[in-house]
Design a protein around this ligand. Structure first.
Ligand code: PAF
Length: 283
């Protein structure tokens, strides 16, 4: 496995792979790799000729310096995981390459970025989209892998790839969970022990909502029940919880469409997000 630190090295890798007709699979990360990332890396290694992972804690997508400061930094362990999974290259960008002095351009998602996480974390998606666009331009992959846990992030990336004509296939991978159902996240380490114990309820409630809706076809009843259950959690407050169309993420109660239920709950130090695709049994 090779570590790349400069844009020139990535450019020369792209020239070599193009000359050899090899495809590049790309897994952008902020490090603190867990089994969810491992699944993305494995999928890339299986599907593409060459896999590039990047590790860059992107300051532009954090809402506060305190949040950025407490984000876990585990580069040595991350490199070990990449090496064990047969990743070919890990790109460790220098901040000055991503945000050179006088940097003054950003990519701001449209309506897809304004609700849910976008409303709770102003500027987060512009920061995320800007760095992903930059990484796409630097790595020039054929295919890129993202987890469905960050459902809105994935929808925004699919949208700008189509809108801005990037020749990249976007592969959305299923959420990987702990045995008790909690979605894996680099932020789970910041849960208190009481919060960690209660956190799997979140996934259970979303699952019960999906089941209730599929069995009864009554979206409103299932929604009201799930909201009540979420509000009864002891160690978390509901930030948002709503049902939306899968592609546009417009809140919707139109049960003839493929829908997704999205939620965020706030603990003392950390917010958890999760989602579940739901389907009317008659579709
Ligand atoms: O999902 C993440 O880890 C980040 O948002 C990403 C896509 C690597 C951009 O910084």
């Amino acid at each position: 496995m090779h570590i790349l630190r400069s844009i020139d090295e990535l450019r020369s890798l792209r020239s070599q792979t193009t000359a050899a007709s090899q495809t590049i699979g790309f897994v952008p990360t902020m490090g603190a790799l867990h089994l969810g990332h491992s699944e993305l890396l494995k999928a890339s290694v299986a599907k593409a000729d060459i896999t590039v992972a990047s590790i860059f804690i992107n300051p532009m997508q954090f809402n506060s310096d305190a949040d950025l400061a407490k984000y876990p930094r585990t580069v040595e362990e991350d490199l070990e995981i990449c090496s064990q999974l047969n990743v070919n290259y890990v790109y460790l960008p220098q901040t000055s390459d991503i945000y050179p002095e006088a940097f003054d351009t950003s990519v701001t998602p449209g309506s897809l970025g304004s609700l849910f996480e976008g409303a709770s974390r102003p500027g987060h998606f512009a920061g995320m989209a800007t760095v992903v666009v930059k990484l796409f331009n630097i790595v020039q992959p054929n295919i890129a892998f993202f987890g469905k846990k960050d459902y809105q992030q994935l929808a925004i990336i699919r949208r700008f790839v189509a809108d801005l004509n990037f020749p990249i296939d976007i592969c959305g991978m299923e959420t990987i969970r702990e045995a008790d159902g909690l979605a894996l996240s680099s932020r789970n380490a910041q849960l208190t022990s009481d919060e960690r114990q209660e956190a799997p309820r979140f996934h259970e409630i979303l699952g019960a909502f999906a089941k209730g809706f599929a069995e009864t076809n009554s979206l409103n009843n299932a929604y009201a029940h799930a909201l009540e259950e979420l509000r009864s959690m002891k160690h978390f407050q509901v930030d948002y919880f709503d049902v939306a169309e899968r592609e546009t993420l417009k809140p919707s109660r139109d049960t003839s469409k493929p829908l997704v239920v999205l939620g965020a709950i706030l603990g003392s130090q950390v917010r958890l997000i999760d989602n579940q695709e739901v389907q009317n049994s008659e579709i």
